[in-house]
Design a protein around this ligand. Structure first.
Ligand code: FE2
Length: 258
């Protein structure tokens, strides 16, 4: 049991967290530039943020193998993942448990690219990023493209998409009507009080949190977000339960492929 139901104020005393989005496989995208940087940030996740499990999700543009100026094939990425796993295995107690997937950048133009995708930690879930200027029709068609290929979709930080500002009624209604579309909200955006990120929280649409940690400059900000969330929740037990759901319970369910 993670919280004392009778005493919500004791919430978080032994609460572990799970991160669903980061770029800490070295030198495969615009994330960590070295093994040392990756290991340092992963240690920080464990020590400063109480993250017990981190799903590390390098960018991957499956059709043209280049992301943010970095050329990387799937084979090279898998080799880099093995190198990181070997380094962590030397002192695993210092790091979160590491699981892997990819953050796929896709839209409807990439139909041919949606074949066999690297899912999150062997589940049927694909972390999906789309162009931030995409309209709602494009979002819906791209999500369907991935679903039709047999995957569940976890939307990476949808609070960054223009459509949720330009067509808020339609886009939020669509998400409410499609609970099978999962939502990852970025901890950095919660910490920085981005209104759109907080709207996903307020509307109960966030499924999991992700740091999207890249580097010393875009560092893990999980605990920062949790502190903001706890302030938002106060003594409201339903809100405290929701924090527990998005930081631990939902991630555990997804990792169990439920
Ligand atoms: Fe990302």
């Amino acid at each position: 049991m993670l919280i004392d139901n009778a005493h919500p104020s004791t919430y978080n005393e032994c609460m572990p967290y799970i991160d669903f989005h980061s770029h800490l496989v070295p030198c495969v995208d615009d994330g960590a530039k070295s093994l040392q940087e990756a290991l340092s940030l992963l240690r920080e996740m464990k020590e400063a943020h109480d993250i017990v499990t981190a799903v590390v999700t390098p960018h991957f543009n499956s059709d043209y193998l280049v992301c943010k100026g970095i050329y990387c094939t799937m084979e090279q990425m898998l080799a880099a993942i093995e190198e990181l796993k070997a380094a962590v295995a030397e002192s695993p107690e210092r790091y979160p448990e590491l699981l892997f997937g990819c953050e796929y950048f896709l839209d409807i133009r990439h139909q041919d690219a949606v074949g066999e995708l690297l899912t999150l930690a062997g589940t049927d879930i694909v972390l999906l990023e789309m162009p931030y200027e995409i309209d709602l029709d494009g979002v819906q068609k791209t999500v369907r493209l991935v679903q039709d290929a047999g995957y569940r979709v976890l939307l990476a930080h949808p609070e960054k998409y223009d459509v949720f500002i330009l067509e808020p009624v339609e886009s939020f209604s669509w998400l409410h009507e499609h609970p099978e579309v999962l939502v990852q909200t970025e901890t950095w955006n919660l910490y920085n009080k981005e209104p759109l990120a907080w709207r996903f929280i307020e509307e109960g649409l966030t499924t999991v949190l992700g740091t999207d940690a890249h580097s010393y400059h875009r560092y893990p900000s999980y605990m920062h977000a949790v502190i903001e969330l706890q302030e938002w929740a106060g003594d409201d037990f339903a809100k405290l339960k929701y924090i527990e759901d998005i930081t631990y319970n939902n991630p555990m369910k997804l990792l169990g492929n439920r």
